[in-house]
Design a binder for this molecule. Structure first.
Ligand code: NAD
Ligand code: IPM
Ligand code: MN
Length: 365
């Protein structure tokens, strides 16, 4: 069996707590001979700043670039509120995405059978929900220049962020969405703000053009604000939604709550396939952050992190059956009534982060 190199970046806050559960899972899979992963860990975010004065060291960037996949926890927290902007914890995450070329962020929002009652929406609206948000991840207002605050000299300041998209960036993310939609419901909503933004006008034009290569896809345009509303009105109308970096960030947090908790939503961040090897650079990261309000209490939900690792098995290592098994194990423990605090329901048993991780591993045996 080929050995694969995983680079683990737990990060800050609950990042380290949920990564510990993935480490247990990797050890279990290696011990049972199901996989042969070599793991190494690094520092990112505030924990890297505390040691290196930067949100990720050059050495750890090199290791990320040399790995077969990066498994990322979460970064940030009030401790680093006043560090220089360039060294803030989130800068480490953004640099990883940019330097690894991870333009395609897949954020599946699946409502597990047992959790329909845990959603803030009526159960019938979310039962069987299976949406895939495809978020552009290396462009748009996150990275556009100029990005600055200037003194105007009259006691006033001016802040500028720049939303920039080139057609190739829109075309490649649209094709990722169409390719994935072809394996599912063949329906794609493209969300932008073409009614107020030039980047939205280009977004829509390029997405439509790319769609002409996918005659079986039913493509629908939707304004991003309406998309937010429709997600909480009738979420099951959606199959795949493709959108830009900022709208994708916000719409995926909305979608998370349909599944019961932000602690449930995994993601895969993928680069373009290498022309020689066909392999993609990839990082797997839960959608949620470092949750400073619950860090250190052993109550964080590790499911988004474990499901992100299952996405690594699926997308980086073609271990489809194993990925299915891990996802089924998650579903099974939820059916058994085990819950972390964020998804707790009456009649269920509340467990710690570590107990949830152990229960998922036990289901694999
Ligand atoms: P957050 O996602 O950390 O938390 C939002 C809420 O959801 C909190 O109440 C938190 O307790 C809860 N929550 C999140 N994940 C959970 C889990 N696994 N289990 C149970 N409850 C969970 O967002 P925030 O509070 O706005 O941000 C905190 C910090 O995290 C900020 O510094 C932010 O920049 C950073 N952040 C990082 C990432 C990332 O590393 N990918 C993502 C989002 C936010
Ligand atoms: C996410 C986060 C990040 C983003 C932050 C922490 C930079 O919110 O992954 O959703 O905005 O992309
Ligand atoms: Mn976010």
């Amino acid at each position: 069996m080929a050995q694969h190199k995983l680079f683990l970046l737990p990060g800050d806050g609950i990042g380290t707590e949920i990564m510990a559960e993935v480490e247990k899972l990797i050890a279990h899979l290696n011990n049972t001979g199901a996989t042969d992963f070599a793991t190494e860990s690094g520092l990112v975010g505030g924990s890297a700043y505390d040691v290196h004065g930067a949100a990720i060291s050059e050495e750890d960037m090199e290791k990320a670039l040399a790995s077969d996949a990066v498994i990322f926890g979460a970064v940030g927290g009030p401790k680093w509120d006043n560090v220089p902007y360039e060294a803030r914890p989130e800068a480490g995450l953004l640099r990883l995405r940019k330097d690894l070329g991870l333009f395609a962020n897949l954020r599946p929002a699946i409502c597990y059978r047992a959790l329909a009652q845990a959603s803030s929406l009526k159960p019938e609206l979310v039962e069987g929900l299976d949406i895939l948000i495809v978020r552009e991840l290396t462009g748009g207002v996150y990275f556009g220049e100029p990005k600055e605050i200037t003194e105007l000299g009259n006691g006033q300041k001016r802040a500028v962020d720049t939303q920039v998209y080139e057609s190739y960036e829109i075309d490649r993310i649209a094709r990722v969405a169409f390719d994935l939609a072809m394996t599912r419901g063949k329906k794609v909503h493209s969300a932008d703000k073409k009614n107020v933004m030039k980047s939205g006008v280009l977004w829509d034009e390029v997405v439509r053009q790319a769609a002409s290569d996918y005659p079986e896809i039913e493509l629908q345009h939707i304004l991003a604000d309406n998309a937010a509303m429709q997600l909480v009105r009738t979420p099951k109308q959606f199959d795949v939604m493709v959108t830009d970096n900022l709208f994708g960030d916000i719409l995926s947090d909305v979608a998370a709550m349909l599944t019961g908790s932000l602690g449930m939503l995994p993601s895969a961040s993928l680069g373009a396939p290498d022309p020689q090897t066909g392999k993609r650079k990839a990082m797997y990261e839960p959608v949620h952050g470092s949750a400073p309000d619950i860090a250190g209490k052993a109550i964080a939900n590790p499911i988004a992190m474990i499901a992100s690792f299952a996405m690594a098995l699926r997308y980086s290592f073609d271990m489809i059956e194993l990925a299915d098994k891990v996802e089924k194990a998650i579903s099974d423990v939820l059916d058994d009534g085990l819950r972390t605090g964020d998804i707790m329901q009456t009649g269920c048993r509340q467990v710690t982060t570590s107990e949830m991780g152990d229960a998922i591993i036990a289901k694999l045996q």
